[in-house]
Design a protein around this ligand. Structure first.
Ligand SMILES: *Cc1c(COP(=O)(O)O)cnc(C)c1O
Length: 406
């Protein structure tokens, strides 16, 4: 068993989360703060030209040596180290949002004339990125069902990337990431996985075969609905080089205060995810008994279509679920408006419960939904719930009164 610099075993994630990125001790006084302070700066000061030359040389070798403020100093480095350990990567590149991390990664991996295969359960704005920017740069994308036959049929000689998300946005569809990665690698593709759901704690795409893991730290890493932040984590030196170039050239920065908030949030990542997951399971148990509920999309739920894959590849769950309900458009709006403890809003992964309706137009582009809907006479509408840290009995009572009022 290997250990990290502090002598802690590197395979117990809850211990790592408390000990990575501590502030160093002052060599003179032998003391230091427990928590890494927010190191705000726009630039770096060098003791001499020799020191500056050494820093530049190390940077040329690809080491993380700040010579200017843009990549950040100790606070950013501590967060990068933590994300690398969570995801099992060698380098992490921070971005000002999850979407910025996705754009940076796809721009690093794709050039004019290239084609990417993207699974159709992907986070919606990836389609927007293609429509508005990547297509203008001569990069083609196909959004396809995440099965080998569909991917094989859409493969082109110029395909370079397979972009995945597991479980998928909207309907939490768990993918066979190892099988899809093996297929992609056999065709020379780079596999990029959006791991916002797992956030390196309950799911680790790099260990399952992906080459780059992208996370919106806005969600569970930050965990308190008070910051926007993203990261791309990679292991392979060539990909790290490409990400480094693109990260540097794009020049999008993360403030030290946001890196600090993300580090602080990460200390309680395990506690929060486990509790949200437990509460979500209780809410599922109640929902499953309601006649108006026709389908639960929650990988930890035993009847979920992806449950076996989730058991094989994930080590836990979180508070995010989708629920198909037999309410019409009018009724579903009344249910949402009738909830008192669930805020109406996008996003998830914070301490609080949220609800939105999954947009019918988004569902229409998702093959999994077409399948579920065709298996049923009435597929109804779909709610997305994020179950937070409130008392689950209160959340269930709130859902019960909102359902009963319709
Ligand atoms: C929220 C989200 C993102 C984007 O993150 P932002 O920080 O909001 O830009 C990316 N992927 C998934 C799966 C998300 O849920």
């Amino acid at each position: 068993m290997t250990t990290d610099a502090a002598g802690f075993p590197n395979d117990r994630i809850d211990t790592l989360l408390q000990h990575i990125g501590q502030a160093p001790l002052d060599p003179v006084t032998g003391t230091g703060p427990v928590a890494m302070p927010s190191m705000r700066t726009s630039t770096v000061r060098f003791a001499s030209m020799d020191v500056l030359d050494r820093a530049q040389a190390a940077k040329q070798r690809g080491e993380r040596v700040p010579t200017y403020g843009r990549v950040g100093l100790q606070t950013h480095e501590a967060l990068e180290t933590l994300l690398c350990r969570l995801e099992g990567g060698q380098r992490a590149f921070l971005a000002p949002s999850g979407m910025a991390a996705i754009s940076m990664t796809l721009m690093a991996c794709l050039s004019q004339g290239d084609h990417a295969l993207v699974v159709d359960c992907v986070y919606g704005p990836v389609r927007y990125l293609h429509k508005t920017i990547l297509s203008r740069m001569g990069i083609a994308m196909d959004f396809v069902r995440p099965d080998l036959d569909s991917l094989q049929a859409a493969l082109r000689p110029e395909t370079r990337v397979l972009y995945l998300e597991s479980p998928g946005s909207l309907l939490m569809e768990t993918l066979d990431l190892p099988a899809l990665s093996r297929w992609a690698h056999a065709h020379g593709l780079t596999v990029v996985a959006d791991n916002t759901w797992g956030s390196g704690y309950i799911y680790r795409p790099l260990a399952l075969g992906a080459d780059i893991s992208v996370i919106a730290a806005t969600k569970y890493i930050g965990g308190h609905s008070d910051l926007m932040l993203g990261a791309a984590v990679a292991r392979d030196p060539d990909l790290i080089h490409k990400l480094h170039e693109t990260h540097y050239a794009l020049g999008s920065t993360v403030s030290a205060d946001d890196a600090w908030l993300a580090l602080r949030g990460a200390r309680t990542l395990g506690l929060r995810m486990r509790t949200c997951a437990e509460h979500a399971m209780m809410v599922c148990q109640w929902l499953a008994e309601q006649p108006q509920v026709s389908h639960l999309f929650f990988p930890a739920w035993p009847q979920d279509a992806g449950h076996a894959l989730w058991q094989r590849d994930a080590t836990g769950s979180n508070g995010l679920m989708a629920v198909a309900v037999d309410f019409n458009e009018h009724q579903v709006r009344r249910v949402i408006d009738g909830l008192r403890l669930f805020g109406i809003g996008y996003s998830w992964g914070g301490y609080e419960s949220l609800v939105t309706q999954v947009e019918p137009s988004a569902l229409a582009s998702n093959g999994h939904w077409a399948q579920v809907a065709s298996e049923r006479m009435r597929a109804g509408t779909v709610l997305r719930l994020h179950i937070g840290l409130e008392d689950p009995a209160d959340l269930i009572a709130d859902l019960a009164q909102a359902f009963a009022a319709v």
